[in-house]
Write a protein that binds this ligand. Structure first.
Ligand SMILES: [Fe+2]
Ligand SMILES: [Fe+2]
Length: 380
């Protein structure tokens, strides 16, 4: 409606009920004043913060009806949460995720805000000029590892990405968080690609077996299962590797890459842990089903962590990590590197168990349900 069609109400409205009076005044004169409808929180002011306290945050913006998250949603029209429904609005989405516990987590808005505040650029935040010529076998190993990471980072963005359009806008916090994750994964993909190409090498051979990646892709029938496999198991394992990145870095550029990527990954893992925790607390009927996913995840985790398994020991990415951690491609260095790699695997398993405990499924480690092979890594 054009601004000039609004009635001049400045002189004539009683102060005690400006909204009702304005509606009555306008309607008497033939105006259709639907645009004037307002929610009950009209007139309330959120804490808009200041830059020292982190600024105006999404979690502080949502007041009254805007903060009320329904346990189930029939919003198929793209209506923003808390906005007034228009009955003639067409449907724009047939969202399979319309039950809160299917995707929700506590503090999703905070995690999203953190993601936005911690964005970085692979172009300008990595000291690329610290790269110097490396021995051939080290450069080859860097390039092989970077190729592997580029390949799996693609999946880490692709798989959660499809859930965004499946989710009702009433659960906008996890939706927007997932959008930020996809941006993070695009940056990881680009930074490892750049590392492969930056120092005279290039992308090497892709993975021979992508069973772990396939299990994440195939699990995408249910968000919670996908999240447990991707965020908690897959990205959790990658995070443990990134956190030991110092041990396989040969310059400041590589250290920065692992440090910045680890900071992003810890957020992705936190999302998965917080979501699973929400499910365990609000939808306990699903616990047994989720334990079944964890059974399967642990088979993959212990197989992947087993340094005696020749299929795993010999993979290009594991050999590359062993060379980088051992400092060379001769037998002694690789042997040394494999010992460090075993420590990385042990850390992956320990951190996985910690996350599962925080998520509310720790009973599996007490009642004998967890994979027995996990214990081998605890003592490693
Ligand atoms: Fe990533
Ligand atoms: Fe990630």
């Amino acid at each position: 409606m054009a601004i000039e069609t609004r009635p001049d109400t400045s002189q004539e409205l009683p102060e005690e009920s400006p909204y009702d009076a304005l509606m009555a005044y306008g309607k008497e004169r033939g105006y259709k004043l639907d645009w004037l409808q307002q929610q009950s929180s009209w007139g309330s002011h959120p804490n808009i913060g200041d830059t020292d306290s982190g600024g105006f945050l999404l979690q502080d913006a949502d007041l009254g009806p805007f903060s009320q998250v329904p346990d189930s949603s029939n919003n198929a029209t793209g209506k923003p949460r808390g906005a007034i429904q228009r009955d003639s609005a067409p449907r724009v989405g047939n969202y399979p995720i319309r039950t809160k516990s299917d995707i929700w987590l506590r503090n999703g808005a905070q995690l999203y805000e953190e993601a936005i505040q911690r964005q970085w650029s692979s172009a300008t935040d990595i000291p690329w000029d610290s790269l110097e010529e490396l021995p051939d076998e080290i450069e080859r190993a860097e390039c092989q590892l970077a190729t592997f990471l580029t390949e799996i980072e693609f999946v880490a963005g692709d798989v959660p990405g499809r859930w965004i359009s499946y989710t009702t806008p009433d659960y906008y916090e996890p939706r927007m968080y997932l959008i930020s994750q996809i941006m993070d994964e695009a940056r990881h993909l680009d930074v490892f690609r750049k590392r492969a190409l930056a120092n005279g090498g290039g992308l090497m051979e892709q993975q021979k077996s992508n069973a772990a990646v396939r299990s994440v892709i195939d699990s995408a029938r249910d968000f919670t299962e996908m999240s447990a496999r991707l965020h908690i198991a897959g990205e959790g394992s990658v995070l443990s590797v990134f956190r030991m990145g110092e041990l396989m870095s040969y310059n400041e550029a590589e250290k920065s890459i692992y440090r910045l990527a680890a900071s992003d990954e810890s957020r992705h893992v936190a999302f998965g842990v917080m979501h699973l925790q929400y499910v365990s607390q609000t939808d306990p009927e699903r616990k047994e089903e989720i334990h079944t996913y964890l059974d399967d995840i642990e088979i993959g985790l212990t197989r992947q962590a087993d340094p005696q398994n020749p299929a795993v020991r010999g993979t290009a990415s594991n050999t590359a990590i062993s060379i980088l951690m051992g400092g060379g491609a001769d037998d002694n260095s690789i042997e040394e590197g494999q010992k460090v790699l075993l420590a990385v695997r042990a850390r992956q398993v320990k951190e996985y168990m910690q996350r599962v405990r925080v998520a509310g499924f720790g009973e599996r480690f007490e009642n004998g349900r967890a994979n027995a092979a996990l214990d081998d890594y605890l003592s490693a």
